[in-house]
Design a protein around this ligand. Sequence first.
Ligand code: CDP
Ligand code: CDP
Length: 220
Amino acid sequence: MNIAIDGPAGAGKSTVAQKVAAQLGYVYIDTGAMYRALAWAALEADLDLADESAVADLLRENRIYLRRNGGSQQVFWNEQDITGLIRTPAVSNAASIVASHGQVRAQMLNLQRQLAAEGNVVMDGRDIGTHVLPDADVKIFLTASITERAKRRLTELTQKGHSATLAELEAEIEARDKRDSEREVAPLRQADDAILVDTTGHSIEEVVEQLLDICKKSGD
Ligand code: CDP
Ligand code: CDP
């Protein structure tokens, strides 16, 4: 069984996907981390993010590797562990720019399908139910109000010692959701057969329970 979880920024996808995977004994695959890794490397190399061939070549000539580390996931760019470097607002923004390129998405699609080839994965992103795993057994579209999503990000960044305001984060998330939804290749969209789960006002535990329930019912 494969489970696809899509939705906008800050909906709680990675947090709940990881817990659902742990409960089911499945492998968790964070596709956003792959776009973030490429964006981080493109920023490091000082590439023009809008230059599709340059960014696609960078991905082709290097290796992104996801490694499980207990309940969480480590992200490597070649031999370098960049897990702690890819969650900044600058990388978020750059990720959504590099993710708009068709040549980049085609390579990512191949990598992601290879990762899911053995089955029993929980994969989260923007286009998993619509493009990467269109035959997934369970498809969830996770969302929450923009204010709640920005508040969650604010708490997260503050805990890590970064400073930001709620208004800044709302603007950043809105701009990114807009770009992700309006791009030509594999835009952020709820698959026709996905179940919509609005997490506004719901704790992580409640959402995890709800998702496990949906998985259980689909397996019955
Ligand atoms: O992956 P995505 O951007 O959709 O969201 P995330 O990174 O999993 O979650 C963003 C933040 O919201 C994390 O700090 C979670 O702990 C928090 N969260 C929450 O407070 N309540 C939820 N129901 C889900 C996530
Ligand atoms: O955690 P958050 O939801 O903020 O972002 P993420 O899931 O780490 O994804 C970062 C960016 O990568 C998104 O804004 C998208 O532009 C891109 N992305 C994508 O295009 N397709 C995916 N399957 C996953 C991420």
